[in-house]
Design a protein. Structure first.
Length: 123
């Protein structure tokens, strides 16, 4: 497992000193976490995640597999992942046409299905 702390910190625009100050630890301690010579506790990883606006999984370098209850949705996602931008745009346009309205979509997994305004996409 390779800790992604340095990469995520740099993406956030913070230097090691700023990160250590926000965490309330010595810079030397923080550096050992980035180097991987010392492991963070779960609480420390959580605090880093809050500061960096990411998940603990992201810090640990773990990407959980995506699973779908409906096999057809899994198959559709597989096609999506293999498409270029032109194909993805065409698929989204088709989905809008099939939904009955280009302005809304149904949030299937919310407590009760609701229609949500879609964001305008560039053509």
């Amino acid at each position: 497992m390779e800790i992604q702390l340095e990469k995520l910190r740099k993406l956030s625009g913070l230097n090691q000193t700023e990160m250590a100050e926000r965490l309330g630890v010595k810079v030397a301690t923080y550096r050992t976490w980035e180097k991987g010579t010392r492991m963070l506790s779960l609480k420390q990883a959580y605090e880093c995640a809050v500061i960096l606006g990411c998940s603990i999984d992201a810090i640990a370098g773990y990407t959980p597999p995506i699973s779908f209850a409906d096999p057809a949705q899994a198959e559709l996602n597989g096609y999506w992942e293999s498409m270029n931008e032109k194909g993805r745009s065409a698929l989204l346009n088709s989905a809008e046409l099939m939904s009955g309205s280009p302005d809304t979509r149904v949030e299937k997994y919310s407590p009760s299905p609701v229609r949500v305004q879609t964001q305008e996409r560039s053509a």
